[in-house]
Design a protein around this ligand. Structure first.
Ligand code: C5P
Length: 254
């Protein structure tokens, strides 16, 4: 079990240095279980957590969770749930029953509170609040009638997540510093939109390198295409793990 406070100190609960591989979440964004399995066979030794997203869950359903669990790594079900409280609560219970380790819920206070309620019998499943997606730009917020900055919205949503008892948040690597200074709670910070230096950023409006995200205070990094689409996915994952490990060590010394 980890939490943001321990991680900030650069050590895990046993006082050991963090093993970066355990903190790399591989986004298994592929269309079928067959493709997923072939990819996992190649990368499993260099990733720590396996994330099943909407695409794969839509095509394969809960069976794919069982398939991924056989790799013996925590499963992260990225359903980005958002609905009325009753539906969120019941959905969370069904997901927890599948043996999932992380579930994402959009950071709307009532939905988050309902999700926390729904996992009551499964405290081992972490609920992560999606603050503001990494492809969102200031213009997108203005279009919704919101005058504040992306960072203000991220912090407000992270505060709500902490207040209702979520375990962590999803936020870009630009935001951990603001979250940590505004909120005195051991929230895990899980960061997508991560790109090794020199690689394209795709649609992410707030990308960071693995090193930048860890230095800023991220606990876990989510990486998909830079691993999935690499000529050697295992080598690509390992290079990210190596960069993360160096960054955790630097963070410990700073
Ligand atoms: O391929 P890439 O590394 O961009 O994949 C990022 C993954 O993280 C995708 O599975 C996407 O659904 C997820 N994501 C997220 N929250 C964000 C941005 C991306 O969960 N803010």
């Amino acid at each position: 079990m980890v939490n943001g406070k321990e991680t900030r100190m650069g050590r895990n609960v046993r006082g050991e240095e963090i093993q970066a591989q355990e903190r790399l979440v591989f986004a298994l964004d592929v269309p079928t279980a067959k493709v997923a399995e072939a990819l996992l066979d190649r990368v499993q030794e260099s990733v720590g957590v396996i994330k099943i997203g909407l695409e794969l869950f839509a095509s394969e359903g809960p069976a794919v969770v069982r398939m991924v669990r056989k790799y013996g790594k925590p499963v992260f079900l990225d359903l980005k749930v958002l609905d009325i409280a009753e539906t969120v609560q019941r959905t969370t219970t069904r997901v927890a029953d599948m043996g999932v380790s992380f579930l994402t819920v959009h950071a709307e206070r009532k939905a988050l509170a309902a999700s926390v309620k729904g996992r009551a019998g499964h405290p081992e499943m972490k609920i992560l609040a999606v603050t503001v997606l990494t492809n969102v730009e200031p213009a997108d917020l203005r279009e919704c009638g919101y005058d504040g900055t992306v960072e203000q919205m991220v912090v407000a949503r992270a505060r709500a997540a902490a207040e209702v008892g979520c375990d962590g948040v999803i936020a870009s690597g630009k935001e951990p510093t603001a979250i940590r200074s505004a909120i005195d709670s051991p929230l895990l910070i899980v960061t997508p939109g991560v790109r090794p230096a020199g690689k394209g950023v795709d649609e992410h409006a707030r990308p960071t390198t693995p090193r930048q995200a860890i230095h800023a205070g991220a606990d876990y990094l989510v990486v998909g295409r830079p691993i999935r689409d690499a000529p050697d996915p295992r080598a690509a994952a390992q290079a990210i793990v190596d960069e993360m490990q160096a960054a955790f060590a630097e963070r410990l010394q700073s």
